[in-house]
Design a protein around this ligand. Structure first.
Ligand code: FMN
Length: 352
């Protein structure tokens, strides 16, 4: 049982345990890391409103995502190379998600194989697709995802080109060159350079084509603009995943919490909205829900939890987040997720 009492303790333990290049890979952002920092700074620009004299002896923070019940409104974002943080990689994350009553996204570039992960858990899991191969390859991986029993398919669209992560470049650390990390790509029918061109060439036509390839609910990840969100809904996606990849892709981009309200407005209830990038505390999660997200996902915190103490470390991170959410809800006078709306939050000045 992990003994960490706070989330910063977990982050500190991860930093102590990981070799510097792996810590930097997990924690860094693109170029000047302005987007990375803005995700956190923008979080500070919202304050929660403290309401008193409400009976909060029971605060229920369960919710649903695509008709699946979540015991906690926090999901595990798709993270590649998870075996660098815990030997069982994506399987470890999926097991923790199952135990904690939530859902893990399984990255195309994670290990073990998508089939092994799905066979290792009974609960729902979502496969995250990168458009690496040609369309025949995509068709075949979509069939594999369906046959393995995934409950939804998530297309990541914010990696038209791989962000310039300067910490990795300075460390001469090139995570994408390790094939053993990527069993799902074993049968990919093109070279690394061709795969990059495939990703760069993705358009709305591709989304429409992918929509026709599967009846699984489709999630579009990396949406940061209201008109893109509306267009994706019209193309038939069931969920919009607001994300700037944790600040690892476009530098000098907006924070997700800044664009969330306009995206929720554009979606207008026609699809569910999920958000990530910079969410590490219970109050952050409450802010995401208050601005209209159905749930919040964690990428770095998941990686840090696994690095700090394997599955127990990630479980502890989720337990601590849950406790923070519960305390936060009690102090804003909300007893259920339905009671967390725009009225519990307002813009304020940033600190420092
Ligand atoms: C080490 C690492 C690897 C990632 N790999 C993927 C990936 O394979 N696919 C993907 O869609 N997003 C990937 N992401 C982005 C996450 O899914 C998520 O959008 C991001 O981490 C959220 O921000 P946060 O780290 O501040 O929580 C990765 C993030 C990290 C930190």
């Amino acid at each position: 049982m992990s003994e960490f009492l706070t989330i910063p303790e977990i982050i500190h333990a991860a930093e102590e345990k990981l070799p510097r290049p792996i810590w930097d890979f997990a924690s860094g952002g693109a170029e000047t890391e302005t987007t990375l920092r803005r995700n956190r700074l923008a979080m500070e620009r919202y304050a929660l409103c403290q309401r008193v004299l409400v009976d909060v002896r029971k605060c229920d923070f369960s919710t649903t995502f695509l008709n699946h019940r979540l015991s906690i409104p926090v999901m595990l974002a798709p993270v590649g190379s998870l075996t660098r943080f815990a030997p069982d990689g994506a399987l470890a994350a999926a097991r923790v998600a199952e135990r904690k009553g939530t859902i893990a996204f399984v990255s195309t570039v994670s290990a073990p194989s998508l089939e092994t992960v799905a066979a290792g858990v009974d609960g729902p899991a979502i496969f995250q697709l990168y458009n690496y191969g040609d369309r025949d390859w995509v068709k075949s991986i979509v069939r594999r995802v369906e046959n393995a029993g995934y409950c939804a398919l998530c297309l990541t669209a914010d990696t038209a080109m791989y962000g310039r992560r300067e910490r990795d470049l300075h460390n001469r650390f090139f995570p994408r060159q390790v094939a053993s990390d990527r069993p799902n790509l074993a049968d990919v029918n093109c070279t690394h350079d061709e795969a990059e061109v495939n990703k760069a060439g993705m358009t709305w036509e591709y989304l429409a084509w992918l929509r026709d390839q599967t009846r699984l609910p489709l999630i579009l990840k990396g949406v940061m603009m209201a008109d893109d969100a509306a267009r994706a809904v019209e193309a038939g996606v069931e969920a919009i995943y607001v994300s700037n990849h944790g600040g690892r892709q476009l530098d000098h981009g907006l924070a997700t919490i800044e664009v969330l309200p306009e995206i929720v407005q554009a979606v207008a209830g026609r699809a569910e909205v999920l958000v990530d990038s910079g969410f590490v505390r219970g109050t952050d999660v409450i802010k995401g829900l208050a601005l209209g997200a159905k749930a919040v996902a964690i990428g770095k915190l998941m990686s840090w939890g696994l690095a700090a103490d394997g599955e127990a470390g990630l479980e502890r991170a989720l337990d601590l987040l849950a406790r923070e959410i519960e305390v936060g809800m009690a102090l804003i006078g909300a007893t259920s997720v339905a009671e967390i709306g725009p009225h519990v939050i307002r813009p304020t000045m940033p600190l420092g």
